[in-house]
Design a protein around this ligand. Structure first.
Ligand SMILES: Nc1ncnc2c1ncn2[C@@H]1O[C@H](COP(=O)(O)OP(=O)(O)OP(=O)(O)O)[C@@H](O)[C@H]1O
Ligand SMILES: [Mg+2]
Length: 227
């Protein structure tokens, strides 16, 4: 790994601007939480005001909903969808919108594309109306730049399992899905990146700092072109 921190800080500082709303997406154990935190502290070093959030979660309501979703209570797939959307709505209203208005950089661990991936492609829920329901939740507040951390589902799930064991937490309702489910999610993200100019695939099978180096260099290239 050859990531020259000082060099990258000065490169990012030389940019006119960077995207203010950035998302990490990817299957279980792909490294979203790890990379969101790393990018958050890196951008703070570059002089930005930064908030790292997670969806579902971060707000008091969102964290309660997250707990319900992680619990073993039976949840119908449409109910599940509305729980995710309610958590996201609260995140947008309480945190994302006010932060963006103040020029704070918001980095989110998952967002709308997770719903399109898991509830849409994974569960096969309402392909026609799903984007509209998502739009009602966010009011169109969507990330300007998205990194998809791409990894083989078997490897990702192994990582997630190792983490759950060390945290003594149980596998959640998605980790417990069969491998085909996770393959569909991965495929969805690959297609999304293919069809979007602000969604990029990052090879997440590399070590943590090589993945991070790819994230920062993509952020740099994208910002240079866009701003
Ligand atoms: N590039 C990497 N190489 C090896 N291990 C990694 C890498 N990135 C993260 N990990 C480890 O794998 C586990 C899962 O990573 P992390 O929690 O960041 O993934 P996640 O995408 O947020 O997972 P989840 O969807 O379950 O929240 C953690 O124990 C983390 O330390
Ligand atoms: Mg995570």
């Amino acid at each position: 790994m050859d990531f020259d921190l000082k060099e990258w800080i000065s490169r990012i500082k030389s940019l006119k601007d960077i995207p203010r709303f950035i998302a990490f997406e990817g299957i279980e154990g792909s490294g979203k939480t790890t990379q969101a935190k790393l990018l958050g502290s890196f951008l703070k070093k570059c002089g930005f005001n930064v908030k790292v959030v997670r969806d579902p979660g971060f707000t008091p309501l969102g964290e309660k909903i997250r707990k319900i979703l992680k619990s073993e209570v039976n949840i119908d797939s449409v109910s599940e969808l509305f729980l995710f959307l309610a958590a996201r709505r609260q995140l947008v209203v309480d945190v994302v919108r006010p932060a963006l208005r103040k020029g704070i950089v918001v980095i989110t661990d998952r967002f709308t594309n997770s719903t399109l991936a898991y509830q849409g492609r994974g569960r096969g829920l309402m392909p026609e109306t799903l984007p509209m329901l998502c739009y009602i939740a966010t009011g169109g507040v969507e990330p300007e730049l998205t990194f998809v951390l791409d990894i083989d589902p078997e490897k990702g799930l192994q990582r997630a399992k190792k983490r759950s064991e060390s945290e003594k937490s149980k596998e959640d309702r998605f980790e417990a899905q069969d491998i085909q489910f996770h393959r569909r999610i991965r495929e969805f993200y690959a297609e999304l990146a293919e069809n979007s100019e602000n969604v990029f695939i990052i090879d997440s099978s590399q070590d943590i700092y090589s993945v991070f180096a790819d994230v920062v260099s993509k952020l740099y290239e994208f910002s240079k072109e866009k701003f």
